[in-house]
Design a protein around this ligand. Structure first.
Ligand SMILES: NC(=O)c1ccc[n+]([C@@H]2O[C@H](COP(=O)([O-])OP(=O)(O)OC[C@H]3O[C@@H](n4cnc5c(N)ncnc54)[C@H](O)[C@@H]3O)[C@@H](O)[C@H]2O)c1
Length: 361
């Protein structure tokens, strides 16, 4: 039987979830909620005529629903989760970051304890095919990852509904908002937890000439973050959000005593300058130490999945696995503990940069 989903938040990422659920056999969007009517209507249309609800309470109380997807702005995730769990005990896929402010953590923990249905934190980067392939082979190729480097060079933050992403108080700060993905990948690939972090980061170029309600944005657009892990691995993030003309959006390399594995991915197709030709395929390079034989292969992603969003098909693959959880025969792969740790790493990295000191976990 087709599982029926409710969507909370119908902006850019809400539509990406709907596009991908439309492609997934066994799942359908049944109802949507967004405080902005026109966005709810557009999303309902995209979801083949889904029901429009006028509140989270109304949506979460629908007896027909089998699962909920939270895609509201970051600072609302904890409020939304609390409200959902007052009205139902359905499986939830919640967009990252799970929370934005340390003051929300106790409330979140209480919600998680009282909501016994599965909660999956949306960490789409784990499910991008080049990254998934790299993570699966990293141990075998490297002989145990010792050094992991994640480099993201990309366009600035996109405009959002109500410009919520221009201010740290709404996003949690750039190292939480977007970099929680990369810190989650660090734990996922090294299979270890962080013990300390140092960082240099800030608002370097972007958004300094923008004004919203008399206020200039305070979001950071670049920096370096270095983590040490319990198992001795080291990992570095290099973020630059004013590299609009870049060839590769992400370049991720892992090195160990036996070799190196690296993946490279272009940015979302819709931002590629098509007048110079199509964007490149993603690539993986496997480079053993001996014999020295680096081999590069393309990772080709299904065209329909590429067109359904900005994340290399990962939203579809994540939903495929979440659907199994909704059907009662799959395991949550990105738990609320993973989601919380990714936020803690982002908050600690920001503190390290702000206070110019090493933060210990
Ligand atoms: N995993 C990823 O790769 C990825 C990518 C983009 C966005 N996201 C996450 O998705 C979430 C939404 O981001 P977006 O890019 O769609 O932003 P957006 O501004 O495009 O959309 C947010 C939507 O939420 C709606 N909203 C506002 N208040 C609400 C409320 N109380 N309840 C329900 N909806 C409400 C807004 O009207 C808007 O339509 C954020 O948490 C963001 O971090 C994740």
């Amino acid at each position: 039987m087709t599982k029926k989903y409710g969507i909370i938040g119908c902006g850019m990422m809400g539509l990406e979830h709907i596009n991908n659920l439309n492609l997934l056999d066994g799942a359908a969007v049944y109802a949507v909620y967004d405080p902005i009517d026109s966005l709810a209507k557009g999303a309902a249309h995209r979801a083949n005529g889904a029901q429009i609800c006028s509140s989270i309470k109304e949506l979460a109380s629908l007896p027909e629903l089998d699962a909920l997807v939270v895609v509201s702005p970051n600072y609302l995730h904890v409020d939304n989760l609390e409200e959902i769990s007052m009205h139902c005990n359905l499986p939830i896929l919640c967009e990252k970051p799970l929370y934005t402010n340390p003051m929300q953590e106790a409330r979140l923990t209480h919600m998680i304890e009282s909501h016994t249905a599965p909660i999956w934190v949306a960490m789409e980067y784990r499910y991008m095919p080049p990254i998934a392939q790299m993570a699966a082979q990293a141990d075998a190729v490297t002989g145990g990852v010792k050094m992991l480097t994640i480099k993201e060079h990309r366009i600035p933050f996109l405009p959002k509904v109500g410009d919520w992403n221009r201010f740290n108080k709404n996003t949690g700060g750039t190292l939480v908002e977007k970099c929680c993905h990369f810190f989650d990948l660090m734990r996922f690939i090294t299979q270890s937890n962080p013990i300390r972090v140092s960082a240099s980061a800030g608002q370097i170029v972007n958004h300094l000439d923008e004004v919203y309600n008399g206020q200039t944005p305070d979001i950071w657009d670049g920096g370096y973050v270095i983590f040490d892990f319990e198992n001795g691995a080291r990992a570095m993030l290099e973020l630059c959000m004013f590299a609009d003309g870049t060839l590769w959006n992400e370049e991720i390399s892992a090195v160990g005593p036996a070799g190196k594995i690296e993946c490279r991915m272009p940015g979302p197709h819709r931002f590629w300058p098509t007048d110079i030709g199509p964007p490149p395929n993603s690539q993986i390079t496997i480079a053993p130490r001996t014999p020295k034989r680096p081999v590069t292969t393309d990772v080709v992603i299904d065209h329909d999945l590429l067109m359904a969003g900005d994340h290399h098909g990962s939203t579809f693959y994540q939903h495929e696995k979440f659907l199994k959880v909704v059907q009662g025969h799959g395991q949550v792969e990105v738990t609320t503990d993973d989601g919380k740790m990714a936020v803690k790493m982002g908050l600690a990295a920001q503190q390290a940069a702000l206070e110019n000191r090493v933060i210990h976990f």
